[in-house]
Design a protein around this ligand. Sequence first.
Ligand code: A2P
Ligand code: MG
Ligand code: MG
Ligand code: MG
Length: 370
Amino acid sequence: MHNRLRLILGIISRSSTTMSTPPFASERQLAISAVRRACVLTSSVFNKLVKNETLTKGDKSPVTVGDYAAQALISVMLTHAFPADPIVGEEDAAELRAEEGKTLRERIIELANQALVSPLVEGDKVEWGIGPGQTKTSAELLDAIDRGNYNGGRIGRMWTIDPIDGTKGFLRGEQFAVCLSLLVDAQVQVGIIGCPNLPFDASKPEGERGCIFVAVRGQGCHQIPLSSYTETRLTMPTFTPSSLNFLESVEALHSSHSTTDTISSILGITRPPVRMDSQAKYGCLARGDGGLYLRMPTGVGYREKIWDHAPGALLVEEAGGIVTDSRGLPLDFGLGRTLGENFGVVAAGKAVHAAVLDAVQQATGAKAKA
Ligand SMILES: Nc1ncnc2c1ncn2[C@@H]1O[C@H](COP(=O)(O)O)[C@@H](O)[C@H]1OP(=O)(O)O
Ligand SMILES: [Mg+2]
Ligand SMILES: [Mg+2]
Ligand SMILES: [Mg+2]
């Protein structure tokens, strides 16, 4: 009798746990913890970065010890929690394996291990390979970086990692972001973006800095301060064309400023653009710091990467916005590591997206004919 009662109570408690746990709860919790640790790691690197800790990659873009260490850290945590999930990460360890001497490698191992062993905080779980005593060897950490070599595709679960998005902004001491997403069958289900240098409240630029943006499909978009755990739900305010301002890259090589100038005048926008590095722009759009994010091809044949847009796109959609390319089509995260041919990105609130798209098409059509 006693055993039967225990069995019934067990079934009730198991089914109520299942019913009350929203989809992707564990993935969300892990992703927040990984991004939080990577934000601390990357900020500490900036404060101590010395010459020769930055390399230039084949595409001429910079990569620092912070990028490598943060990718190693996030990859270790993902692999402990979800060993079967492949990872599409920006960085690989080829340069580090070939390094003469071990200066960079040792610094990266030191940084990643410091982040892995730092004390558990709210939401952390020791079974993610973190907490006191959880150091990894150099070989394990290089392998963790290289786990990001998955080619992507349309089927199955996969994570994307951009350990430092906007490395140029990071090196200038401006905006950068730690970006993580979970794709399932090419749909973004979880998107997390940590922005250590971003003011928590745009109306207080000198106030507290550091925020994490979190979105799960169907569960909204939230902001959490880096310094605590309180979540605030974000909803994009409604802009009209007359109150619109837009967000765009600092780097004119990444997004054509002249095309956005033309779009701006077609829309009658008078407010100057807010230029900011990294996917922090998507977070700022989701919380209404700007009404529109435009990324217009510069004509150099660059292919946008899925890790540069997957988490940001979900933040904006879950805050009530629309994200498409300049043809009005959703971004396709199922093509591999890139988004394929570059048709730009147009992200805006529902009330203005159609008008913006119209202006983008006028501006780019006119450019194509000129
Ligand atoms: N030629 C390029 N065109 C567009 N984006 C680029 C180009 N080169 C690098 N990027 C990537 O653009 C993103 C930064 O964009 P933004 O200008 O919006 O800050 C980064 O992901 C950066 O990579 P990285 O992650 O290495 O910094
Ligand atoms: Mg890079
Ligand atoms: Mg990037
Ligand atoms: Mg990067």
